[in-house]
Write a protein that binds this ligand. Sequence first.
Ligand code: BV8
Ligand code: ZN
Length: 252
Amino acid sequence: METLTLSEEIRERVREARSLVAFSGAGVSRESGLDTFRGAGGLWEKMRPEELATPQAFRADPEKVWRWYAWRFRQAAEAAPNPAHLALARLELEEVFPSFTLVTQNVDGLHRRAGSRNVLELHGTILRAHCNRCGQSRDMGEAIAESSEEPPVCSCGGKYRPSVVWFGEALPDDVFAQAAEESASADLFLSVGTSSTVYPAAGLIEVAKRAGALFVEVNPEPTPFSRLADLRLAAPAGEAVPALVDALSRHR
Ligand code: BV8
Ligand code: ZN
């Protein structure tokens, strides 16, 4: 993407900003070869979320759910962070803003692999598994190596499941509370690669906007919040985010 020119009004807000929250979804990992959920070629086109990403689905057919997450785990392990992940990590590590928080809906771990540190994983991680009875936690890769066709059994008799938040399950309180707090005090709120349709995560956009944040949206497609955006970059994250990060750094 060519050099991004920001309006004087936005440049002024960027110069004064002290805190930035970046909010990401599956679209930021699309250029790393990982499927998104919705839209053409999305995971939900091939399979129904309620059949795979719910506690009921795991009770009804634990083998099917376990195999699906084992497949996604391998996909994530074989993928590499792309220029969007790397640019967001740069924005944090170069301390362009005094406060930087990355709030992600992704369970693939690519933000951390790109070097991001202050990451809030709202929907958990596919890199860990835990027993659905005693909560004992372990590495997902080891669990799959032990048993790839069905969930390994815990010493307490429970079954191991991926440490992701399934539909109908509560988000980890502390993580969501921190994300809401950071969003409510953000001067800049940057939403990247999310359809902004899953709650309570998408509600963070309203929290930030209501608190007066400058709202920037990066997504080739419009979302229910596009009308609230102060700046919209309708382009793939791998192109738009590095250009945006360069512009933000230039105007600090
Ligand atoms: C709960 C982990 C209650 C698992 C996930 C209010 C209104 C309506 C419904 C609800 C509501 N409140 C709650 C609900 C129900 C439900 C919900 O939101 N349903 C939706 C579908 C309507 N929410 C829940 O169930 C939540 N739990 O409410 O519990 C409770 C409370 C207390 C006590 C007990 C219970 C839990 C939600 C979390 C579910 N887990 N993931 C897994 O990954 O397998 S959600 C999962 O789907 C992802 O984590 C992510 O959050 C979501 C997918 O969204 P996106 O990431 O945005 O991806 P998507 O494919 O949709 O969009 C991709 C975008 O990228 C597109 O816009 C596309 O244009 C763009 N794009 C494509 N290529 C690129 C790109 N962008 C940039 N660059 C590119 N190259
Ligand atoms: Zn157990």
